[in-house]
Write a protein that binds this ligand. Structure first.
Ligand code: H79
Length: 587
């Protein structure tokens, strides 16, 4: 009896803690969700080499900040090279001014990249810009102050696992054979103490951006605890923990330069570069155009994410001129159209042939990348009545709206108003009602219903993990569903297969797959540690009548734990063995 009571109290306590944590996380994330656009800065001694070491060049499109690793530069030689860093042209207010002019709301700079060199005045190791070079200043201090003045959130990148300089850090096998390493010593001597310095010496941080994950959840947890203890409001990015485990930070990061195939139901960010490298390379002049950057920003925001866009300043502190020019052009667009970016949410409408959408309450922003040649914009998937439509740049100009076969038709001006993306604002009556889940048509084999096309309800969420890609997770009870609508033309038997990942702890729960009125139930089976997806055969279902059917996957009953990491469901036309007919002319 006492035992039962204790167990209940413990469970209640856990639920409470989770709730409180959930609310605290929401609170921390508020500015981040609204900000959408941030400046990433990769700056370190590698900028001095600018992509070349002893005549060896980093290929165009590859990472110039990896030069020490790529050419196995001995620590002694790289350290000597780093002595020459002297960024006399560095001007924190100018850098922050550029971020501000571009419309960026946060800034993240490499406090220490994988090469181990600190770009701030560290007391932990003298291998830092203020002690190691003749440049006796602390660029991070200056940047943090400039950011505060400009109203931009200041964040630091810290490579917490990789360190090619420290004998016990991860990654340098050419000076320090891996067998002799004591990784715990690196964490205790350098990595954790430097993160502590950053959290205590630079005022309130917007976020700490970790990279490359950590080997054990326990080790990653120490970094999370450190941030939470010293700065409870500071965000932690998704790469703090192991890539094959559940998210430990506050939001997910895509892979470098990654773009999700569709919208996600959780906060996320993608780090991307303006050319093909993060650190400066004098060879890589393959710059993205301002138009490309604007359309990427819109695409990311329409899918609910943030765009962390990188510049790689030169060793003397100059930002490459093409980067400056591009960011200024993007900023000019943002000054005119920022209302359609900041504080918006993902669009349930997906990708339109003419562009993308962002949403702010009852305002839908239609971002037109490809101007319609007949001056009619066709918008699918919104059930609401439209009360007004106008170009964001010319709100007094009301555009005629009509409806035809479910599509909203907006008569737009003959010519676009902005080159790369003209925004048409559309106001709707009542809260946004997306039309029903899109219809899925059969291929020759049957139906492939993947997580991306599903309509999620309740707590079911489309999520990302760096290890396994994308899936639906977070569902715990029968009201948490994923569903699709099918047009069934060919009647008969269909074989149903489901693909998901489930670690041991999730095994044993029952779930229901409903195909119209036919329900089948099965037990979740463990597929291994991490995100190892496997396919299971659920048997056949017979559809006797052609028509539209709703397919739903859901937990059979409520429980405290997640059902599974769902990838896809297939309905394969089951082939009936056909009677053997003799070939013409056969004996
Ligand atoms: O800081 C930037 C990158 O340096 C960092 N993440 C972004 C934000 C990053 N860390 N690891 N990776 C990227 C994976 C990159 C691996 C590669 Fe290589 C570096 C591919 C080519 C160079 C190592 C060396 C693997 C192949 C050659």
């Amino acid at each position: 009896m006492i035992k039962t009571f204790a167990a209940i109290a413990l469970l209640a306590g856990t639920a409470l803690a989770l709730n409180v944590q959930g609310r605290a996380a929401d609170d921390r994330l508020r500015w981040f969700r609204d900000a959408k656009f941030g400046m990433f800065i990769h700056w370190g001694p590698y900028a001095l080499l600018a992509g070349e070491w002893n005549g060896n060049k980093i290929p165009i499109g590859a990472e110039a900040e990896w030069i020490m690793h790529r050419f196995n530069i001995p620590v002694r030689e790289y350290r000597e090279m780093a002595r020459g860093l002297n960024p006399v042209k560095f001007d924190a207010e100018r850098w922050v001014g550029l971020a501000k002019a571009a419309g960026m709301r946060y800034l993240v700079i490499t406090a220490k990249h994988h090469d181990g060199f600190a770009m701030y005045h560290s007391g932990v190791s003298d291998y830092n810009i203020a002690d190691w070079t003749r440049f006796k200043r602390d660029p991070l201090k200056e940047l943090s102050e400039a950011c505060r003045k400009a109203g931009i959130r200041f964040g630091v990148y810290y490579s917490h696992r990789e360190d090619w300089d420290h004998p016990d850090g991860f990654g340098n096998g050419w000076d320090y054979p891996p067998a002799g390493k004591n990784f715990e010593r690196y964490l205790a001597e350098k990595s954790l103490p430097q993160v502590r310095e950053l959290l205590t010496g630079y005022g309130p941080l917007g976020l700490v951006w970790f990279d490359r994950g950590m080997d054990t959840p326990e080790q990653a947890g120490r970094f999370v605890d450190l941030v939470r203890t010293l700065q409870p409001q500071c965000l932690i990015n998704g790469r703090v923990g192991s890539y094959s485990q559940e998210l430990l930070g506050d939001y997910q990061d895509m892979g470098d330069n990654g773009m999700p195939p569709g919208g996600l139901d959780e906060p996320w960010e993608t780090p991307q570069t303006l050319n093909g490298t993060w650190g400066y390379s004098r060879f890589d002049q393959q710059w993205k155009s301002a138009g490309n950057v604007i359309q990427r920003l819109v695409e990311i925001v329409s899918k609910g994410g943030n765009y962390l866009l990188n510049i790689g300043p030169m060793a003397d502190g100059t930002i490459p001129a093409p980067s400056v020019a591009t960011l200024e052009k993007v900023g000019a667009w943002m000054a005119r159209n920022g209302e359609s970016i900041y504080g918006t949410t993902a669009s349930p409408l997906g990708e339109a042939p003419w562009g993308r959408c962002t949403v702010k309450g009852q305002k839908i922003y239609l971002h037109v990348f490809h101007w319609p040649s007949d001056a009619v914009l066709r918008v699918h998937g919104i059930a609401n009545e439209v009360t007004a439509a106008y170009p964001l740049l010319d709100p007094g100009r009301k555009l005629p709206v009509s409806r035809s076969e479910g599509a909203i038709l907006i008569a737009v001006p003959e010519r676009r108003l902005d080159d790369e993306d003209t925004v048409i604002a559309m106001e709707i009556a009542g809260p946004l009602k997306a039309e029903r889940a899109p219809l899925v048509q059969a291929s020759d084999e049957g139906f492939e219903l993947d997580y991306l096309e599903a309509r999620t309800a309740g707590k079911a969420m489309k999520r990302f993990n760096r290890d396994g890609g994308f899936h639906i997770a977070k569902w715990t009870g029968p009201e948490d569903t994923a569903s699709w609508r099918l047009i069934v033309g060919r009647t008969g038997a269909y074989r149903v297969k489901i693909r998901y990942a489930a670690p041991k702890a999730q095994a044993g729960r029952t779930y229901i797959v409903a195909v119209g009125p036919h329900e089948m139930s099965a037990e979740v089976r463990a597929t291994g540690d991490g995100f190892q997806y496997a396919t299971f055969d659920l048997g056949t279902v017979t559809i006797a009548k052609a028509g539209t059917y709703v397919v739903t996957v859901r937990p059979a009953d409520a429980a405290g734990r997640e059902l599974m990491y769902f990838k896809s469901l297939t309905l394969e036309q089951a082939i009936e063995p056909s009677p053997i007919r003799p070939e013409p002319g056969a004996k």
